[in-house]
Structure formats: C-alpha cells, structure tokens
Design a binder for this molecule. Structure first.
Ligand SMILES: NC(=O)c1ccc[n+]([C@@H]2O[C@H](COP(=O)([O-])OP(=O)(O)OC[C@H]3O[C@@H](n4cnc5c(N)ncnc54)[C@H](OP(=O)(O)O)[C@@H]3O)[C@@H](O)[C@H]2O)c1
Length: 281
C-alpha cells in the first residue's frame, strides 16, 4: 500500500473507502468489507449521517483501530459549536481521528478551521484539512490559519485535475484527496476508450486504471461502492504501474469539467442546513 507523507510527517494511505450517500446499513457493511480486504482508510462526514454505522463497521471488521486511517468532516452548522469534534468522535466510537476536514466553505468556516487547529493541538486529530475551498475563501483561510491544511479533499478525476488549486497549495505541501475519483460512477468517464485500451494492456478494469492514475498523480482516493466485487477490485491497484506515455494519454481527457457545480448561494445555504447528526442508528 502506498503512503503519502503529510507536511507534519503523518503518513496517509493512498486508498480508502468513501461512504457518501450510503445508508447506515450500507456504510457498516461496506466499511467492514473494505477493511477486511485491506483498505487502510475510511472517509465519512457529519453530513453523511452514517458515522455511528462507520464506527460499527470498523469494530465488526476486527481490524485494530491503530491500523486504520479514519477521516471525517465537520459540517458548517457546527463550525462554532464547541463540542463539534467531541461529538464526531463519540458517534464514531473513537478517541481520535487521523484526519478531520471542514466540509464546506459556508458559514463561519474560519471558526470551523480554528476548531480543527485546536483539536490538533489537543491530540484529538492527527492532521487537518479543507474541503471544497477555492478562490477568495481559500485565500482568506490560507492568510488566517496557523496550521496550513495538510490535505485538501476536492473533486478530481481525469476530466478535472484541479491544476490551479494544486499550484496554490503546493508551497504548503498540502496533499490532494480526490472525491468523485470515478466521476461518481459516470459511464461516459468509465467508458472512455483510453481506459478500455489500458485495461486490456494491464488486465485491469477501467475503474482500476482510473484509480491507479490517481495514485500516480499523487492523489489519495476514496472510491465509494456498496458492491462487494467493486470494493475488492478497487483495492487491487498496487501490482501494476502506468507508464509516462499512459499518463500522457489519460492527460488528454483533462477538460476542467466538474460534476458538482454549486452556485455561491447553494454553498452558503449549507450554513443553514442543519440535520440532526445524533439521530442516526
Ligand atoms: N468532500 C466532499 O464534499 C465530498 C463530495 C463527494 C464525495 N466525497 C467522498 O468521496 C467519496 C467518493 O465519491 P463517490 O462515492 O460519490 O463517487 P465515486 O467514488 O467517484 O463513484 C462511486 C460510484 O462508482 C461506482 N463504482 C465504484 N467502483 C466501481 C467499479 N470498480 N466499477 C464500476 N463502477 C464502480 C459505484 O457504484 P457501486 O456501488 O455499484 O460500486 C458508485 O455509483 C464519497 O464516498 C465520499 O466519501 C466527498
């Protein structure tokens, strides 16, 4: 398994299971299976309302907590709640997180990030990050923060490599974790001829070629799946390598196309979207 070194020296695995849009039962099952077949990382969020189930999946897997890189995200409605981190830990049934993000650039996101910095200082989290920040809000955060983000979680896939944000963050050594690494399962992406051709060359599926491309781009990936075959296949990325020419062929697909295009209003509305994170099975 490949590891990425964060700017504070913490080693982060390059592969994890994503749990966005999973019901609690699905998340428990997917996390348990993923850990049992060798995934070392799990990504969840307050807003997914499956943190308790993720905690159960971890315990059910039998994999010791210290062998798992556990990631969650604070939602904007708790950016100023002093117990936001503690309640996240409680729901997951753990006493520390390996990485905690602020999920959205909404509300008082600077206060949310300060909570992460305080949690880092208190030893409740081992590393901290930002998600979905860009433009002026990213500039404001970088100017205000005491600890530069160790990781940014953002949409990235072969149609969208996020060159601009990566270059802004490069001086700080911020590592990219790609969400929608498979384009949220978009058939147009998975069926691009270049992935079929490379799949044939390496005896891999198009999804495995895409995920391997991420790894070689230096991204951590957190593909989401509730399909046991996909969960197993998505972990088989470390027994082959794409050549420079393969990478250049895939680079032809980069066209700055995103699947998620929030308006500033949509984004700001997250600050008043307040699900009850504790009422989940
Ligand atoms: N920070 C943020 O704002 C944010 C936003 C979105 C997502 N995320 C995180 O990123 C993770 C990944 O995003 P995502 O799950 O939405 O999208 P994704 O990983 O790009 O794609 C998931 C889709 O691809 C399918 N799939 C998975 N493996 C496959 C394979 N080997 N072959 C064919 N299809 C496959 C899945 O269907 P099956 O279930 O049938 O396999 C599912 O429909 C999330 O789970 C979440 O943890 C973060």
């Amino acid at each position: 398994m490949e590891l990425l070194t964060l700017s504070n020296g913490v080693l982060m695995p390059a592969l994890g299971i994503g749990t966005f849009l999973m019901t609690p039962d699905q998340a428990e099952e997917a996390v348990c299976q993923a850990l049992q077949c060798g995934y070392p990382m799990v990504d969840t969020a307050n807003a997914y309302r499956n943190e308790k189930a993720v905690g159960r999946g971890i315990r059910k897997s039998g994999v010791p907590r210290d062998k798992i890189f556990l990631v969650s995200k604070l939602w904007p409605t708790v950016y100023t709640a002093p117990d936001a981190v503690d309640r996240t830990l409680e729901r997951l049934g753990t006493d520390y997180l390996d990485l905690l993000f602020i999920h959205q650039p909404a509300g008082d996101f600077l206060a949310g990030y300060q909570q992460l910095e305080a949690a880092l200082q208190a030893g409740k989290v081992r590393s901290i990050g930002i998600s979905n920040l860009k433009g002026e809000k990213l500039d404001r955060l970088l100017a205000a923060c005491a600890v530069k983000p160790h990781v940014i979680q953002m949409e990235a896939h072969p149609y969208c490599t996020q060159k601009e944000i990566k270059s802004i963050l490069a001086p700080y050594g911020t590592v990219t974790m790609a969400w929608y690494p498979l384009g949220h399962g978009d058939k147009a992406l998975l069926q691009e001829p270049v992935f079929a051709a490379l799949g044939e060359k390496y005896c891999k599926t198009p999804a495995q070629i895409i995920l391997r491309w991420h790894i070689q781009m230096g991204h951590a990936v957190i593909p989401g799946s509730t399909n046991p075959d996909h969960i197993r296949d998505n972990a088989a990325l470390f027994d082959f390598a794409l050549t420079d020419q393969d990478m250049a062929d895939i680079a032809q697909l980069d066209r700055d196309v995103r699947y998620y295009n929030p308006t500033p209003e949509t984004e700001e509305n997250y600050a008043s979207f307040a699900p009850d994170f504790d009422s989940q099975p």
